[in-house]
Design a protein around this ligand. Structure first.
Ligand code: NAD
Length: 332
C-alpha cells in the first residue's frame, strides 16, 4: 500500500508497529551488542518510519526512534553528562538524495560550500576529555546526553594518548573500532573456547569497550580514529579539515583519507575510490561522511533533535559477501 493511500489512523498504527520493531532491534544492537538483523534491514524499516512521519507529521511521538539518539547506558558504569550532545547522523543511500542534501545546504547558506569528506568508520563513538594535555575522562555516546564512563577501558588502547603534545584543555570525539584482523582472531578464539562469536566488528568493539574488567578490553586490540574537536581551548581552527590535522599534531590517530571536495563531482570520485578499496582497508567502513568544512557555517546550520544539519552519511550498499550468503540462505 502506498503511503498516500493511508488514513491518518492507519499511518499512526503502522508507525507504532515500526517503532516497536525498531526499538527491539535497537536494544539488541546498542544494549546487548548482539544485532538481530543486518544494518540495511534496520535502515530500510527506519526509512519507512521516517517516510510515514514525514507524510503525517501529527503522528510523530516525542519518544519515536526518529526523534532521539538510539543507545542506552549499561548499569555498572558511572554516568557522564555530555554538555555538548553526541548526536546521530542523517543518512542517504543514493546520489539523488545526496544532491538533495547539497541543495538544502546551498539554499540555507546562500552559496555552494566545500565539504570535508571522510570515511565512515564502522565502530562506536567515543568522547575524550583532556585537562592541560592530560586525559581525564573517556566516555561512550549513550543516549547522546548521558554516556558511560569508560576511562579505564580507553586507557588500555595504545592509540589514545594519555598526554598530548600541547597542554591544552579540550574535548575530542572519534571512533573506536576493532580492526578486521583483530575481529577474525577474536572470533576464532571465541569458537575455540566454545563461546558465542560476534556478529560484526562494530558490535565486537562495543562489547569489548563496555567491559567491567579492563584486562578483557586490553586483550581485544581496539584502535581509534579521532575526527572532531568539540571544545577548542585556544586552538585556532576554522575548518574541519584543519581540525583533523591539528588532532594529528596533538598526538591522536587520525584517518589519512580525508579530502576537501569543492563540489559533488569530487565527492562522487571519493565515493568511487573508497567503495572499490573498501575490502583492502584494515578496518570496516559502512559509507562516507560529508561535512560542511567551515566550522562557523556548521554552527550556523545547527542541528535537529537528532542529527547535525551540516553533515550526512552516504551509506554503501550492503557488502557483496553478505548478499551472497543471503542468496544461499534463500535458495536452500
Ligand atoms: P550511525 O552509526 O549511522 O552514524 C553516526 C555515527 O557515525 C557517529 O556517532 C560516529 O560514531 C560514526 N562515525 C564514523 N565515522 C565518522 C566520521 N568520519 N565522522 C563522524 N562520525 C563518524 O548512526 P547511529 O545513530 O549511531 O546508528 C544508527 C545506525 O546503526 C543505523 O543506521 C543502523 O545501520 C545501525 N543500527 C543497526 C541495528 C541493527 O539491528 N542491525 C540497530 C540499530 C542501529
Amino acid at each position: 500500500k502506498l503511503i498516500t493511500d493511508y488514513s491518518e489512523q492507519e499511518a499512526s498504527d503502522a508507525a507504532q508497529q515500526l517503532r516497536e520493531t525498531l526499538n527491539q532491534w535497537s536494544s539488541d544492537y546498542y544494549t546487548k551488542d548482539n544485532p538481530e538483523v543486518e544494518d540495511h534491514v534496520y535502515d530500510e524499516k527506519y526509512r519507512d518510519l521516517q517516510d510515514l512521519e514525514a507524510a503525517f507529521p501529527s503522528i510523530v511521538t516525542p519518544d519515536s526512534i526518529t526523534q532521539r539518539v538510539g543507545g542506552e547506558v549499561l548499569s555498572g558504569f558511572t554516568k557522564v553528562r555530555h554538555d555538548i550532545p553526541m548526536l546521530s547522523m542523517g543518512d542517504v543511500f543514493s546520489k539523488e538524495e545526496l544532491v538533495e542534501f547539497d541543495n538544502r545546504i546551498q539554499k540555507n547558506v546562500g552559496y555552494a560550500v566545500p565539504y570535508n569528506v571522510e570515511l565512515k568508520i564502522d565502530g562506536l563513538a567515543i568522547s575524550l576529555v583532556y585537562e592541560n594535555g592530560q586525559l581525564i575522562q573517556g566516555s561512550t555516546r549513550g543516549d547522546g546526553t548521558i554516556g558511560e564512563d569508560i576511562t579505564k577501558n580507553l586507557k588500555t588502547i595504545t592509540s589514545i594518548p594519555q598526554t598530548l603534545t600541547k597542554p591544552v584543555s579540550i574535548e575530542v570525539r572519534g571512533e573506536c573500532y576493532m580492526p578486521k584482523q583483530a575481529f577474525a582472531d577474536l572470533n576464532k578464539q571465541q569458537e575455540e573456547r566454545g563461546e558465542a562469536v560476534f556478529a560484526n566488528p562494530r558490535n565486537a568493539a562495543a562489547g569489548s569497550l563496555r567491559q567491567l574488567d579492563t584486562k578483557v578490553t586490553k586483550a581485544r586490540n581496539l584502535d581509534t580514529f579521532i575526527y572532531t574537536i568539540s571544545t577548542f581551548d585556544n586552538l585556532q581552527v576554522t575548518t574541519q579539515h584543519d581540525a583533523i590535522n591539528v588532532l594529528a599534531e596533538l598526538g591522536f590517530n587520525t584517518n589519512p583519507t580525508q579530502r576537501v571536495c569543492q563540489n559533488l563531482d569530487e565527492v562522487w570520485q571519493f565515493i568511487d575510490d573508497y567503495q572499490d578499496q573498501r575490502d583492502q582497508l584494515a578496518y570496516g567502513i559502512d559509507g562516507i561522511v560529508l561535512k560542511v568544512n567551515d566550522l562557523d557555517l556548521q554552527t550556523q546550520l545547527g542541528h535537529t533533535v537528532k542529527v547535525p544539519r551540516w553533515e550526512i552519511a552516504y551509506k554503501f550498499p550492503p557488502e557483496e559477501a553478505l548478499t551472497v550468503i543471503r542468496q544461499i540462505e534463500w535458495t536452500v
